[in-house]
Design a protein around this ligand. Structure first.
Ligand SMILES: *Cc1c(COP(=O)(O)O)cnc(C)c1O
Length: 400
């Protein structure tokens, strides 16, 4: 019995390998940063420019966050050894929730071990079989899984397609509650959800709006409060989910920010909250500090968006096809999966670390290198990345 499972695992692994989608993890020997230390195939240490972290504000190795986390280790200990409702809630957990709600201008917030868990728990706790959840077809895996775990009726609309969303709202009209859910930013494309139109449709059809802002919190919008702020619909979005594991220091933890009764109900019923250990105190303390830094990070946000603009302009001028947009996720389109993988390998030889994405993560024939800019990158580094792409792109016949 166990033998046959091991055999079939081996077979599946070789199928994955044969299809060219086997994921190998590169070891990094330095903190996460603009420049990271890794090793080449010969085992020699090399320093490479990193274009694939979600380290948008460059806080992953921020000295103030490291100091704050160290101080919290001394004052609050290493771990909680308990879920929140038994004996796992410290003042730090509650302060992080209050800080998050104040930053996002919601009544309250609740911290989960990750945003994957926040999305995994939110639907089942809030919706029943009389209700409908209407989900963008490109939403993150955690939203898809969270919806699967709930008893709500499921409706799906084509990515950012408002006519289709309205059609689904009409089909769901007899349901008790209708919840529209979308990523604020679609992570493979760097495209921003059409929140003003979504909010208009929600109001027209008496629906609620939930936005997962993992790729926006901290750096999109004037205050860094995310896509709702950027697009002028703060207060019209009812449920926000997000992560402390990307721009806000990049450690771990996720949240749901919403009206108090929604947060209170999640505290009673959300299973990833009830049955998983509390986030470590040092991470909570540093996340509070990360929000304070992000609130004041006007300069870092400007650097980030300048870098994205500079990279987009340089790459377009070099002849690459990008997905147009205004987000620091900049997809460099290649098409063929094998070619995208080869381009990434060549880039590493040129000292720039990038990752190729292909089917099934993106549609077939739409393989790409997804680059991500950071406020930690210097203009010189962005120029170096464009030069490396230009050289590698010519080597592979991707540009002329
Ligand atoms: C990264 C991401 C998540 C998961 O966040 P974690 O806190 O790392 O679990 C959820 N949703 C979206 C849209 C994401 O990009």
């Amino acid at each position: 019995m166990s033998r046959s499972l091991i055999d079939s695992a081996r077979k599946t692994l070789s199928d994955i390998e044969a299809s060219g989608t086997f994921k190998r993890e590169r070891l990094i020997y330095s903190p996460q940063s603009a420049i990271i230390r890794t090793r080449d195939t010969g085992g020699h240490e090399q320093e490479v420019l990193n274009l694939c972290a979600n380290n948008y504000l460059g806080l992953a190795d921020n000295p103030r966050l490291i100091e704050t986390a160290k101080a919290a280790l001394d004052s609050h200990g290493f771990g909680m050894a308990s879920v929140r409702f038994i004996c796992g809630t410290q003042d730090l957990h509650r302060r992080l929730e209050e800080r998050t709600a104040a930053f996002l201008r919601t009544e309250d917030a609740i911290v989960f071990p990750s945003c994957f868990d926040a999305n995994g728990g939110v639907f089942e706790a809030l919706l029943g079989k009389e209700d409908a959840v209407i989900s963008d077809s490109l939403n993150h895996a955690s939203i898809i899984d969270g919806i699967r775990l709930s008893k709500a009726q499921r409706f799906r609309y084509a990515n950012n397609d408002m006519a289709d969303l309205e059609q689904q709202l009409i089909e769901a009209k007899d349901c008790r509650h209708r919840l529209i859910v979308t990523d604020g930013v679609f992570s493979m494309d760097g495209i921003i959800a059409d929140l003003p139109a979504i909010c208009d449709l929600a109001e027209k059809h008496d629906a609620l709006v939930m936005v997962d802002d993992c790729h926006a919190t901290g750096f999109m919008g004037e205050r860094g409060a995310g896509t709702a702020e950027m697009l002028g619909v703060e207060g019209r979005v009812h449920i926000l989910t997000g992560t402390y594991g990307k721009a806000l220091g990049g450690a771990s933890g996720g949240y749901v920010a919403a009206a108090s009764p929604i947060v209170d109900l999640l505290r009673q019923k959300a299973r990833p909250y009830l049955f998983s250990n509390a986030v470590a105190p040092a991470i909570c303390a540093a996340a509070i500090e990360a929000i304070s830094i992000a609130e004041q990070a006007t300069d870092a946000r400007r650097r980030l968006h300048d870098n994205a603009g500079r990279f987009r302009a340089g790459m377009s001028a070099a002849g690459f096809t990008l997905i147009e947009g205004q987000h620091p996720i900049v997809p460099v389109m290649v098409g063929d999966a094998a070619k995208a993988a080869q381009l990434a390998d060549t880039m590493l030889r040129h000292g720039v670390y990038v990752i190729a994405f292909s089917y099934p993560v993106v549609p077939e024939g739409k393989a790409r290198i997804r680059t991500q800019m950071s406020a930690a990158h210097t203009p010189e580094q962005v120029g170096r990345a464009v030069a490396a792409f230009t050289q590698a792109g010519m080597e592979h016949g991707i540009i002329g």
